[in-house]
Ligand binder design. Structure first.
Ligand SMILES: Cc1ncc(COP(=O)(O)O)c(C=O)c1O
Ligand SMILES: N[C@@H](CCCC[NH3+])C(=O)O
Length: 399
């Protein structure tokens, strides 16, 4: 990747995405599931740039969305409604109504109260809502506590007994069509065991429901496949698919999976330029033009992202890589070994394709970075750098 040329052409801070890499990730997962009918629904929250979604849609991907905004993004990017799933613990009435009107594949319900809302809204529209229920299987995904979702202490989904009760209600409701079942136990999971255990518990529930004459068509295993940020061992997609498919023997269901990070995480880079070097009583800081408002994962989760200094030469000494935001938590890396940098040197922050730009903000009235796609050796802008006028427009309109 020609990072220096990209930084020159599009300026920094800059997100760069390798679209060919995204294709490879998608194909690897799709192939892993080839023994069964499957639908990959890309989790839009990981990277919701319209061009990224369109790229995946052209490969055949659907989308997993967590707000009506994401549903509309998916539709705008060309994803057909019958490949869109809408999840989330707090859907508003308006969101439910719009989703039903769009005719999406299914609404993924996360509570009993939500099921009754959906039933009421569908009835008032004269529609039948296709639903799945998110089961919380109480399985530890062994990941960072902030991104664990499949334990009873987490707000997501309903327990197995409640799920069964909801399916029985839905089966007898004229406004609900229970077509799927869903679980998602967490993100950045690097061990197979939690996936196996969750799939096992939930597939047993599907068998149980079948005995009650409730036949589900979609078995949605959520996302969560981890990627390499550093030296960690990750799961091979083939093995991942195998352990899940093994739990589905005898069931005629389409496998749905909702990867976010796996598809885009390692295909994204964040480019930032050095502004200054400084030392505070011997402690070395490299101050760059990107900041926590651009990429918050290190500040939020102490997440590790490999930092590469382009053309770095000479003796390496420990340094913190920090941004201009007025917070001590504004850093990309701490105590990494780095040669002495010069003003304008480019640093490449790796594995920034997932939960990078989507979690960025205007904190400190900093415009959001531009985004660029690289495909078959060609680069193109896929999001214009946010300028001051755009940032203040909604407030200026109220002055
Ligand atoms: C319901 C649901 N599906 C899919 C995902 C995507 O997760 P990941 O990026 O870990 O694959 C998430 C986020 O964790 C989610 O909440
Ligand atoms: N934002 C998290 C992942 C959360 C997944 C959303 N359910 C991260 O950067 O790792």
């Amino acid at each position: 990747m020609q990072f220096e040329a990209l930084a020159q052409q599009y300026k920094t801070p800059l997100y760069v995405y390798d679209f060919d890499g995204i294709t490879s990730q998608y194909e690897a997962l799709k192939n892993a599931f080839k023994a069964r009918k499957s639908l990959i629904c890309y989790a839009v929250k990981a990277n919701s740039n319209l061009s990224v979604i369109r790229h995946l849609a052209q490969l055949g991907s659907g989308c997993d969305c967590v707000s009506i905004g994401e549903v509309k993004r998916a539709l705008k990017a060309g994803v057909p409604p019958y490949k869109i799933i809408f999840s989330g613990v707090g859907k508003r009435d308006e969101e439910i109504k719009e989703a039903l009107e769009c005719g999406i594949l299914m609404l993924n319900l996360e509570s009993e109260a939500e099921m009754y809302r959906v039933e009421t809204i569908a009835t008032s529209l004269g529609e039948v809502a296709r639903i799945s229920i998110r089961v919380n299987p109480n399985i530890d995904p062994k990941t960072h506590p902030y991104i664990s979702t499949g334990l009873h202490e987490n707000k997501f989904g309903v327990d197995l007994d409640t799920a069964k009760r909801l399916y029985i209600h839905a089966k007898h409701s004229a406004a609900l069509d229970p077509v799927g079942i869903h679980f998602h136990i967490g993100s950045q999971i690097t061990e197979l065991e939690p996936f196996y255990e969750a799939a096992k518990v939930v597939s047993d529930l599907v068998r149980n429901l079948k005995a009650l004459d409730i036949e589900l068509k979609f078995f949605d295993v959520g996302g969560g496949l981890g990627i390499k940020y550093s030296e960690e061992e990750t799961i091979n997609p083939y093995n991942y698919a195998q352990v899940i498919l093994n739990t589905l023997k005898g069931l005629d269901v389409t496998l749905v999976c909702e990867p976010g990070r796996f598809l885009v995480g390692n295909c994204g880079y964040f480019l930032t330029r050095v502004l200054y070097e400084k030392t505070n009583a011997g402690k070395r800081f490299v101050v760059v033009d990107g900041a926590m408002n651009d990429l918050i994962r290190p500040s939020l989760y102490q997440a590790y992202h490999h930092v590469e200094l382009l053309d770095g030469k000479g003796e390496e000494t420990p340094a913190d890589i920090v941004g201009p935001v007025c917070e001590s938590g504004d850093f990309f890396a701490k105590n990494i070994m780095l040669p002495l940098t010069q003003h304008n040197d480019v640093l490449v922050i790796h594995s920034a394709g997932a939960y990078g730009f989507t979690m960025s903000s205007n904190y400190n009235t900093r415009g959001r970075a531009a985004e660029v796609a690289v495909e078959a050796g060609q680069s193109r802008l896929i999001r214009v750098r946010e300028d001051f006028e755009t940032m203040i427009a909604l407030e200026e309109a109220c002055l």
